[in-house]
Design a protein around this ligand. Structure first.
Ligand code: ASP
Ligand code: MG
Length: 481
C-alpha cells in the first residue's frame, strides 16, 4: 500500500480537489490511503474566529464562520454531478457544531488549548468528508475514516505527541480490512485524539506527520506528500531565482531542512518514515508527472558541496552571561532548565564557559523566561535575527568548507552574530540580521550551487525584489490547510 497526502492548496477548491481525485485514480492499483489537510487557509480562519469569540467579538467570529460555510458548500455544489444530500448534511452539522463551540467560547470569554483543538479539527473533518465524496465520484470506493479513532496522542493540546504503538495498532485494525476489501480510506490529517477520545492536533502543518504515522503503521511502500511546489528546493525560490529541485535527499539532511525553515514539511514528518525506512516523496499536484523529491535513507552523493540552504527568519537571540557562582555545568543546566520550564525550544545554541547564546523563535512570549534567566546572570535579547543553515552530508570531514561559507558571507559585507555546526556534521548554521537574508542566500547559492557564478551574478534581481518576497514569506506560511 501507499499513503497519498494532499496539502491545503492541493484541496483548496473544487478544481484542486478534482485534480487530487484524478491523481488518486491513477494510483489505485497501489492501494492508497488518502490523507488530506483542510482547504487552504481554513485552519487559520478557524483559529482567528476562535480568538475573536474569546475576546468578545462573537459577531465577527460568526461572520467568518458564515463565509467558511459558504465556501465549503460552494465546493460541494461545484463537484461534478453533485454529491448526495448526506454529505451536505454532514458538512452542515460539522459547521453547526463549530458555531455552538464559538458561542461557548464567547460566553466564557476563554479559549483553552483543548477547546482550540475541538474547533480546529473541523477543518480536516470537513475536507476529508468532501474529498471522500469527490473521490467516490470517480467511481472509487472511498471509505471515510475518522482520524480521532485511530491516531492516539498525549494531551498536549495544539501540539500533541503521538503514541506510536497504540496508533499503529488502531490504524491497522481500522485500515487493513478496508484495503483488503479494495476500498480507499480517506482521512483528515492533523487531527487525532487522546486515549480518552478528546480531540487533539499535531501542531501546525501536521498533516504531513499524520501521513507518515499512517504509512509507518501499515508498512507503506511509499509515502507521497502532494503539495503546490515541485519538490524540496536547493533554497527558497522566492529568495533566489536560481533555486532548483532536489532529486534525492537523505532522511537526515531533509530533517535538518525541515527544522531549519524549509516549510515544505512539518519537522516531525520524517520520524515515522525513518523508523520503518519508508521513502517519502514530495510531489506537485499541479504537475503530477514531474519527478518531485525523493527523501530516503541513502541518497547518492550530491554533485554540489551542500544539498540545500535554508533560512529561518523571525528569530531572537538570548545571551546570558553567567555570574560565575554556579560553575560552568551548573550554569548551563540552570539555563536549559529555565527554557524547559517555559516551554521554549532552542533552535541554535552556542556556549562558552561563562556565557551562552540561544536562538529561538520570536513568537514565544519571553517575559517569564527572561525573569528566570535574570537570576542566573546578565541577560540581553537581540531581535530581528535569522538563521541560515547549509545542509549536506558530504561536508563531514572535509576541510575548508566552513571557511568558504564565511568568506562568501564576509565578501557580501554581512555580519555574522553566532555560528554553530551540528553534532551530526551535516549542517553549518549561523545567525545574521533578518534584512541580510536575501543577499546571504543568493550569494551562498551562487557560490555553492551555480556553475558560472560571475555571469549569473549580473542577472540577479536587486535586493529590493528579494526582500519583498522574503517579508511575505515571514508573514505567510505556505501549504497549510
Ligand atoms: N490544516 C493544518 C494547518 O494548517 C494542518 C496541515 O495543513 O498540515 O496547520
Ligand atoms: Mg504542510
Amino acid at each position: 500500500m501507499i499513503v497519498m497526502k494532499f496539502g491545503g492548496t492541493s484541496v483548496e477548491d473544487e478544481e484542486a480537489i478534482d485534480r487530487a481525485a484524478r491523481i488518486v485514480l491513477r494510483r489505485l492499483h497501489e492501494r492508497p490511503v488518502v490523507v488530506v489537510s483542510a482547504l487552504a487557509g481554513v485552519t487559520d480562519s478557524l483559529l482567528a474566529m476562535s480568538r475573536a469569540a474569546a475576546s468578545g467579538r462573537i459577531q465577527e467570529a460568526l461572520k467568518s464562520l458564515r463565509l467558511l460555510r459558504r465556501r465549503h458548500l460552494a465546493v460541494l455544489d461545484a463537484l461534478g454531478k453533485g454529491p448526495s444530500d448526506s454529505v451536505r448534511h454532514d458538512v452542515q452539522t460539522l459547521l453547526d457544531s463549530v458555531q455552538d463551540m464559538l458561542r461557548g467560547v464567547a460566553a466564557l470569554g476563554e479559549l483553552t488549548p483543548r477547546t482550540t483543538d475541538h474547533i480546529l479539527c473541523a477543518g480536516e473533518l470537513l475536507s476529508s468528508r468532501i474529498v471522500s465524496a469527490a473521490v467516490a465520484q470517480h467511481g472509487i470506493d472511498a471509505a471515510l475514516v475518522d482520524s480521532r479513532e485511530c491516531i492516539v496522542t498525549d494531551a498536549n493540546h495544539t501540539n500533541a505527541v503521538p503514541f506510536f504503538e497504540w496508533s499503529d495498532e488502531r490504524l491497522r485494525q481500522r485500515l487493513q480490512p478496508l484495503l483488503l476489501a479494495g476500498r480507499v480510506p480517506v482521512m483528515g490529517g492533523f487531527l487525532a485524539a487522546t486515549i480518552d477520545g478528546i480531540p487533539t492536533t499535531l501542531g501546525r502543518g501536521g498533516s504531513d506527520f499524520s501521513a507518515t504515522i499512517v504509512g509507518a503503521a501499515l508498512d507503506a511502500k511509499r509515502i507521497e506528500i502532494w503539495t503546490d511546489v515541485e519538490g524540496m528546493m536547493t533554497t527558497d525560490p522566492r529568495l533566489c531565482p536560481h533555486a532548483r529541485r532536489i532529486d534525492v535527499i537523505g532522511f537526515d539532511e531533509a530533517s535538518e531542512l525541515a527544522y531549519f525553515g524549509a516549510k515544505v514539511l512539518h519537522p516531525a514528518t520524517l520520524i515515522p518514515a525513518i523508523r520503518k525506512n519508508i521513502p517519502v516523496y514530495v510531489l506537485s499536484s499541479r504537475q503530477p508527472e514531474s519527478k518531485g523529491t525523493c527523501i530516503r535513507a541513502r541518497a547518492p552523493r550530491s554533485r554540489t558541496t551542500f544539498r540545500a540552504i535554508a533560512a529561518k527568519a523571525g528569530m531572537k537571540v538570548v545571551n546570558v552571561k553567567s555570574m560565575r557562582t554556579l560553575g560552568a555545568n551548573g550554569f548551563l543546566r540552570a539555563v536549559f532548565e529555565a527554557f524547559e520550564r517555559h516551554g521554549c525550544a532552542a533552535d541554535l545554541v552556542s556556549t562558552s564557559e561563562v556565557s551562552v547564546s540561544i536562538v529561538l523563535n520570536s513568537s514565544h512570549p519571553l517575559d517569564g523566561l527572561l525573569g528566570d534567566l535574570a537570576k542566573l546572570g546578565e541577560v540581553e535579547v537581540e531581535e530581528h535575527k535569522a538563521i541560515i543553515c547549509l545542509v549536506g552530508k558530504d561536508i563531514s570531514g572535509r576541510a575548508g568548507i566552513a571557511a568558504s561559507v564565511f568568506e562568501t558571507i564576509a565578501a557580501a559585507n554581512i555580519n555574522v552574530h553566532m555560528i554553530s555546526q551540528g553534532a551530526s556534521e551535516i549542517n553549518i548554521g549561523f545567525v545574521i540580521e533578518e534584512d541580510d537574508v536575501p543577499e546571504a542566500v543568493r550569494q551562498l547559492h551562487q557560490r555553492f550551487f551555480e556553475m558560472k557564478p560571475s555571469s549569473r551574478a549580473a542577472r540577479l534581481p536587486a535586493g529590493e525584489l528579494g526582500m519583498q518576497a522574503f517579508s511575505q514569506r515571514i508573514s505567510a506560511r505556505t501549504e497549510v490547510g
